[in-house]
Design a protein around this ligand. Structure first.
Ligand SMILES: NC(=O)C1=CN([C@@H]2O[C@H](COP(=O)(O)OP(=O)(O)OC[C@H]3O[C@@H](n4cnc5c(N)ncnc54)[C@H](O)[C@@H]3O)[C@@H](O)[C@H]2O)C=CC1
Ligand SMILES: O=C(O)[C@H]1O[C@H](OP(=O)(O)OP(=O)(O)OC[C@H]2O[C@@H](n3ccc(=O)[nH]c3=O)[C@H](O)[C@@H]2O)[C@H](O)[C@@H](O)[C@@H]1O
Length: 431
């Protein structure tokens, strides 16, 4: 079997690497010629630790090819993974236009049996829709199967997650399709779940929504911790020792961002509403997340009086460390608000950059180092827990600041230490 990956973004590029690493011949197809040109040279168009080296390795071995030629690519491959984006529409439901485009291309250009696998995160029922789009676009009837095979990798840990997944979920009604997919994944050591397409699609949303729920739960609890002068991290440690709860995703902070949790929780709520089911808990999860960055800004404002003409050093822009992804990053919303309130924003992130071609952030001073960002700062706001920020010597750096105010959106610093060296220090739930 040779494999075609359509869409070479975070998931597509990683998936292409995974199958090449497992010994298959893989081609990545994208409409973006610049991305394809870089990938052909073994270079990645986004920051993901370890991925570029593995892609380069397989580009050089010839096991991994990249193209923009959909006619040849679709005709020449038996197994096709769809990895294009499924962004939110303004009403919060998933926009399937890229999936539809790809399905129609496959239908129109297919020349024999194809196994079409949806790896993109798609609403329950999409597999049936993809089938219908393919059928409607066919010029002559060719047999095909459609399967759902959701992806669970995290950005920043994509290589590790994709090469050693916790589970492989395959949703299909076709024995031939599940057999082919099990062969493709034969070298993986993890549980496989073979189920219906709808179940596979829902497993993906239910997983992301549950993780988002854990985060919003801890963020709300953190506010109570502040009132009681209890440290939320200690509460999380105590809770996490119960194996029924588990220690992960209990980190209070600025709320969840990224290209997935915000859109997937919202899509699940919309899907449920279309079935006349109200997901009350998830609606509140979204609301808690929406107001979470405001909580830290309120603390900073009440300390400074107001933000007008104050120098605010923002440390971190990416929605989480080890990625340059700024989609739905809480830092962006905070910068927007600070600019509205006339603050002078000085920003440093080790890899992420502000959105290109956006006039909204022109007033931000983008700095090349922490030292430059905190120069004459009236307050530091830490938005992303890059490991390097945890190693800074604030005892030495504090002389650069105008006022010793530190607002830690990720509870990264030791509160007692920071206060001990003279900072007015506030985190989320560690007052
Ligand atoms: N980013 C992540 O960590 C994860 C994302 N997912 C899901 O995977 C899907 C893809 O997400 P990302 O990789 O982040 O998106 P992305 O935006 O990084 O990549 C999508 C790619 O598809 C390409 N594309 C769009 N239309 C195309 C077409 N007609 N033909 C060929 N290429 C086309 C785009 O040019 C782009 O390179 C989404 O549904 C997302 O929810 C699932 C798990 C993890
Ligand atoms: O569907 C997806 O795209 C992916 O979404 C998430 O992965 P990702 O968004 O890359 O990153 P996470 O590590 O899950 O973090 C998401 C957000 O939650 C925040 N978070 C995470 C954990 C925590 O304890 N507290 C917390 O605030 C992070 O700062 C970040 O903003 C899931 O973890 C993946 O399993 C899934 O495949």
């Amino acid at each position: 079997m040779n494999i075609l990956i359509i869409g070479t973004g975070y998931v597509g590029a990683t998936t292409a690497m995974v199958f090449a690493e497992s010994g298959w011949q893989v081609t990545g197809l994208d409409v973006d010629a610049d991305k394809i040109e870089r990938l052909r040279q073994g270079r990645l168009h986004f920051h993901e630790p370890g991925l570029e080296d593995l892609i380069a390795k397989h580009v050089h071995s010839g096991r991994l090819l990249f193209t923009t030629d959909k006619e040849t690519a679709i005709a020449g491959h038996d197994v096709i993974f769809i990895c294009v984006g499924t962004p939110s529409r303004p009403d919060g439901s998933a926009d399937l236009r890229y999936i539809q485009q790809v399905a129609e291309d496959i239908g129109y250009l297919m020349n024999g049996y194809k196994l079409v696998v949806t790896k993109s995160t798609v609403p329950v029922g999409t597999q049936e829709q993809v089938k219908a789009w393919i059928e409607a676009a066919q010029r002559q009837p060719h047999p095909f199967d459609v399967a759902s095979n959701p992806e669970f990798l995290r950005e920043g840990k994509a290589v590790e997650d994709a090469l050693q997944p916790d589970r492989i979920v395959i949703g299909t009604d076709s024995a031939k399709a599940s057999e082919q997919l099990l062969t493709l994944y034969q070298s993986f050591q993890c549980p496989r779940i073979i189920t219906t397409p709808r179940t596979a699609e829902l497993i993906k949303y239910a997983s992301n929504a549950f993780l988002a729920t854990k985060i919003s739960y801890m963020n709300e609890l953190a506010k109570l911790c502040d009132e009681f002068k209890v440290n939320v991290n200690e509460v999380a440690d105590g809770m996490g020792l119960d194996p029924r709860i588990g220690p992960s995703f209990l980190q209070a902070g600025l709320g969840y961002g990224g290209s997935c949790f915000p859109k997937d929780v919202s899509e699940l709520v919309m899907t449920a509403r279309a079935q006349a089911v109200q997901l009350h808990i998830l609606e509140q999860v979204m609301e808690v997340n929406r107001i979470q960055p405001t909580y830290l800004l309120d603390k900073a404002r009440s300390r400074l009086g107001d933000f007008a003409n104050k120098n605010i050093a923002m440390l971190g822009l990416a929605f989480k460390p080890n990625t340059d992804d700024i989609r739905e990053a809480p830092a962006l919303r905070m910068i927007h608000q600070l600019l509205l309130e006339q603050a002078n924003v000085r920003l440093f992130d080790p890899v992420a950059t502000l959105p290109a071609h956006s006039s909204s952030y022109e007033a931000v001073t983008v700095c090349a180092s922490v030292e430059e960002a905190i120069q004459n700062a009236d307050a530091v706001i830490l938005c992303t827990e890059w490991a390097a920020f945890g190693q800074l010597d604030w005892e030495n750096l504090k002389g650069l600041l105008n006022q010793l105010n530190f607002f830690d959106g990720r509870n990264m610093m030791d509160a007692r230490w920071m206060r001990g060296i003279g900072f007015y220090y506030q985190g989320i739930g560690n007052d």
